[in-house]
Ligand binder design. Structure first.
Ligand SMILES: Nc1ncnc2c1ncn2[C@@H]1O[C@H](COP(=O)(O)OP(=O)(O)O)[C@@H](O)[C@H]1O
Ligand SMILES: [Mg+2]
Length: 292
């Protein structure tokens, strides 16, 4: 198998403004240090370091759907941004089809499409207009652009009567579908899906998941998908890496992840149980944090 995406000992930290302690994590080392300094009435440092991605190594095979599963603030988006060349690793290497994200940025960008919740659109334009615009950027002619945009929106279950409504008047779920549609206007070699279904209703979630599976089946696309939804990870991913405080704490197929936490008496835990044992958390905290 050809390795499509590779991270070797990749790390990335941020210098956080001190007053954004929430970003450093309520209980992270940065936040703790701040509290101590406040109690001691010492000068508060202007910046605190956050290790968002710590010494992460993995290889994704061509045509594989690789899941990165972790709670909010665990480093998923940072890792995706490193692969997408939007951030440069502090140390280690990240390559996409053998091309380095730091030195071959343009070559990497040509073979990846990224979908994230903060996707940039012309909010006053409709879904169709935004996708037609993207098609022009991709070098498609206008008629082909429109044809593809309509076909993809339909496939994603986007209501036909809404395709001409300005995006600013659509729900977040529908906007998210437009973001996904845009990434699929060309057949991408590698897709980076950063929480593609977060905030979608169950039916839309299912439609997006089915479409991801279909894209992989029809185009042999390599997919990295981040999620905090364990059913989704289990349903879509060939392998899952569990990320916790910027570090990979496990990486395997969903079956093996579950089996490795078996009790030896024939009880195989669910992925949830395996996950909470890996991250030392509990289900209630998890659900509260995700606001679900
Ligand atoms: N641009 C940034 N500047 C400073 N800190 C950041 C930045 N992006 C992310 N972080 C911090 O890095 C950690 C990981 O964040 P992120 O990768 O967004 O996690 P996730 O996507 O899993 O929610 C968090 O503590 C976050 O506050
Ligand atoms: Mg994120």
């Amino acid at each position: 198998m050809i390795s499509a995406i590779e991270c070797i000992h990749a790390s990335k930290s941020f210098r956080e403004p001190a007053d954004r302690g929430d970003r450093a994590g309520r209980n992270g080392p940065g936040a703790r240090a701040l509290r101590v300094l406040r109690v001691l009435d010492l000068v508060i440092p202007r910046r605190v370091r956050v290790d968002a991605v710590k010494d992460v190594s993995f290889q994704v095979n061509k045509g594989e759907i690789f899941g990165i599963l972790g709670p909010n603030g665990s480093g998923k988006s940072t890792l995706v941004r490193l692969i997408a060349t939007l951030l440069t690793p502090d140390s280690g290497t990240v390559t996409v089809f053998g091309q380095d994200v730091a030195s071959d940025r343009l070559a990497v960008r040509r073979c990846i499409n990224r979908v994230s919740v903060e996707a940039a659109f012309f909010k006053r334009l409709s879904a169709l207009e935004n996708l037609e615009y993207a098609a022009r950027l991709y070098g498609l002619d206008a008629r082909e652009g429109k044809r593809r945009a309509e076909a993809i929106l339909e496939r994603l279950g986007f209501p036909h009567k809404k395709v001409t409504v300005p995006l600013e008047n659509l729900s977040r779920g529908m906007q998210q579908k437009v973001a996904i549609a845009r990434a699929l206007m060309t057949a991408p070699v590698a897709l980076l899906l950063d929480e593609p279904t977060t905030g979608l209703d169950p039916v839309s979630k299912r439609e997006v998941q089915d479409f991801v599976l279909e894209v992989r089946r029809t185009h042999d696309t390599t997919v990295i998908l981040t999620t905090h939804d364990m059913q989704e990870a289990e349903r879509l991913c060939d392998r899952i890496a569990v990320i916790h405080n910027g570090e990979f704490v496990a990486m395997d197929t969903p079956e093996n992840l579950k089996a490795s936490f078996g009790d030896g008496n024939g009880h195989t835990p669910t992925l949830e149980e395996a996950f909470f044992r890996l991250t030392g958390g509990n289900v209630e905290d998890w659900l509260r944090e995700q606001g679900e």
